[in-house]
Design a protein around this ligand. Structure first.
Ligand code: M6R
Length: 614
């Protein structure tokens, strides 16, 4: 949650900071601010609401602010204190000489605040972050050294943080540090950047250094010094970022979400590329470091994830249990971390995360690792904290996903589970070669079927228009598409704020059926296969209670026209692969409904893309 950015160099900082914040807006968007040093004086500019408000505010004093060649900026997703301008970052101390931006939560801020107030500090905001500004100022008063002040302050802070700090008396310097929150330094010619994430800086430089927990970096326009929390100097590990700036453009689409939905055929091609070469060849997953013996002796798999990634994990469970015969438990990371979980070295723990920075999932996989389990991460960010700490990796290569509502990363995660399950099955010989070859052939054909699905989007649009004013929505499915129902409902909730729930179709009659009447849409995910007839009869039951029926199906049975008011047809697909195809129409349905309702599709209220707080 929240994004931070910083710049020090020869150029004017303003544009770079605002640009960086624009590309970090997916991390939060309820207020924003910057701190600059204009002619020797630290100045703060903060605005409530969308980043545009800060842009308008700074525009009024543009010529003046442009003089600063140093600055830090912040985009907020409120945790402590409502989203007002006062609570927006940067925060400062009594004398206004320190400015600080923070991503994370200072857990002991109440104790720190009480102590600092006793020492005479006057607090202006309700945030946890302001304590750090006062703390750094007081340590600076004792040491006259900004790096040392930050280092001593972090010794007293409990919780998670990525921090960037400037001080009026130390003109050409930014000090930055992190613990359990992402932070990287971008390296230019005679300039440095600080950011929570790559998109903020990729336009300017591809050379970067990721900070590890408790490291502190001191930047001037022509130097970078890295130390640990005990003041030992460290050698920075500089790497080249594997990202292209073009990934951040909408490419003519109205929203990033729509663009990302349309990227899915290519995403599947990318994920398969080099890993699935031909249906008669074995899957190649070089970053999976479990050797054959370890894979053969695996007796259990636990998958932890949140939100959309959790739904991909649920699809993964079906595939792995089916092809590998290994029992799989799927659990939200936030539950897994607060109970005694059972597992050992024969338990594989898989963390699934688009960002690789979700706090709950990081904690869950760390817990599993300390228990002796092998940790494998399925992530879109091979540069993330989770990926860097993992034993094994399945990089999902969906490209940067900007829209807060995850679409193409879900697709990539689901495809990765097919690859992983086939890989394990090939080693364990737990499924026949002909069955595995059939799935591989279907995977190879999937991008074309996705393209065909996308080319029928007008059907989805028509259906969206019909149902856009519904207050509630029910999605039903069975078997491998139950997670599709959950994900379809989540997409709709996230971007249209319609109350939508996914149920296993068989459960409908055990309670939810009581809600059905002529105002309730029920969308049946009716894919050909083992449970087709069962879902059809569950749909009849719903229709008999006057529900408004919608079908998402790969069947061309014309009899469906009598039962369903609206039918979204997709190409015929093997049942095992159907979640990958079915979800696309549900993403489109959610998108068009949100569009008809005039919602802010890419930045839905109350959400942030990367939830880096517990
Ligand atoms: O980065 P992660 O995949 O770990 O994020 C998990 C969830 O926060 C994320 O999937 C969230 O549910 C999205 N808003 C889904 O659209």
């Amino acid at each position: 949650m929240c994004g931070i950015v910083g710049y020090i160099g020869e150029k004017s900082a303003l544009g770079i900071l605002l640009d960086g914040l624009t590309n970090l807006e997916y991390r939060g968007y309820d207020s924003a601010g910057i701190a600059v040093n204009v002619e020797g004086k630290v100045e703060l500019y903060k605005a409530e609401g969308k980043l545009q408000n800060l842009k308008d505010l700074t525009n009024e004093k543009r010529e003046h602010i442009l003089k600063s060649t140093i600055g830090i900026g912040h985009i907020r997703w409120a945790t402590h204190g409502s989203p007002t301008a006062v609570n927006a970052h940067p925060h400062s101390c009594n004398c206004g000489r320190v400015a600080i931006v923070h991503n994370g939560i200072i857990e002991n801020y109440k104790e720190l605040r009480a102590k600092l107030e006793k020492q005479g500090c006057t607090f202006r905001s309700q945030t946890d972050t302001e304590t750090v500004a006062h703390l750094v100022a007081s340590k600076y008063a004792q040491t006259n050294n900004l790096t040392e002040a930050v280092r001593l302050a972090t010794k007293e802070i409990e919780g998670a943080y990525a921090l960037a700090v400037i001080h009026q008396d130390v003109k050409n310097t930014i000090v930055a540090t992190r613990r359990n929150a992402p932070l990287l330094v971008g390296i230019g010619e005679g300039e440095y950047y600080v950011a929570s994430d790559v998109p903020a800086i990729i336009k300017y430089t591809k050379r970067a250094m990721y900070l590890d927990d408790n490291q502190i970096v001191t930047l001037t326009s022509n130097s970078m010094k890295l130390i640990d929390s005990d003041n030992n100097e460290l050698v920075p590990k500089i790497e080249t970022l594997p990202w292209e700036p073009v990934a951040l453009s909408k490419m003519g689409y109205k929203h990033f979400m729509l663009k990302e939905i349309h990227e899915q055929p290519d995403v599947v091609r990318n994920v398969l590329s080099g890993k699935l070469r031909a249906s008669n060849e074995n899957i190649v997953l070089n970053e999976v470091k479990l050797d054959k013996e370890a894979l053969k002796t695996l007796n259990r798999i636990q998958i932890v994830a949140c939100g959309t990634s959790l739904h991909a994990a649920m699809v993964g469970k079906y595939i792995i249990e089916d092809l590998c015969g290994i029992p799989v438990d799927v659990e939200p990371s936030s539950e897994y971390i607060y109970r005694k979980t059972v597992g050992d070295k024969n338990t594989l723990v898989i963390g699934v995360s688009q960002s690789g920075e979700t706090a709950d999932t990081i904690t869950a996989v760390r817990q599993a690792k300390s228990r002796g389990s092998h940790v494998l991460i399925v992530t879109n960010r091979p540069d993330s904290t989770m990926a860097r700490e993992a034993d094994s990796l399945v990089p999902v290569s969906a490209g940067i996903e900007v829209s807060v509502a995850a679409t193409k990363s879900y697709m990539a995660q689901v495809i990765s589970f097919y690859l992983l399950a086939i890989h394990i099955a090939e080693i364990k010989e737990s499924a026949s070669r002909s069955e595995l070859e059939k799935i591989k052939r279907e995977l190879i054909l999937l991008p074309q079927k996705l393209e065909k699905t996308l080319s029928h989007k007008d059907e989805v649009k028509t259906c969206a228009k019909k149902f856009a004013n519904s207050k509630d929505f029910i999605f039903i499915a069975r078997g491998i598409n139950f997670p599709t129902a959950l994900e379809g409902a989540l997409k709709l909730k996230e971007i249209s704020y319609i109350n939508a729930t996914g149920y296993t179709a068989g459960e409908l009659k055990h309670g939810p059926i009581a809600m059905l009447d002529e105002s309730m849409p029920v969308l049946s995910i009716l894919m050909k296969g083992k449970v087709y007839d069962k879902i059809l009869s569950n749909s009849e039951e719903a229709k008999a209670r006057n529900a408004r029926m919608i079908a998402l199906t790969d069947s061309d049975d014309t009899k469906l026209d009598e039962l369903f008011e609206c039918i979204i047809r997709i190409p015929e697909v093997d049942e095992m692969l159907s979640p990958a195809l079915a979800i696309v129409s549900l993403q489109l349905l959610a998108y068009y409904i949100a569009e008809f309702l005039g919602k802010d599709v890419d930045q839905p209220r109350n959400l942030a893309k990367s939830v880096t707080v517990e």
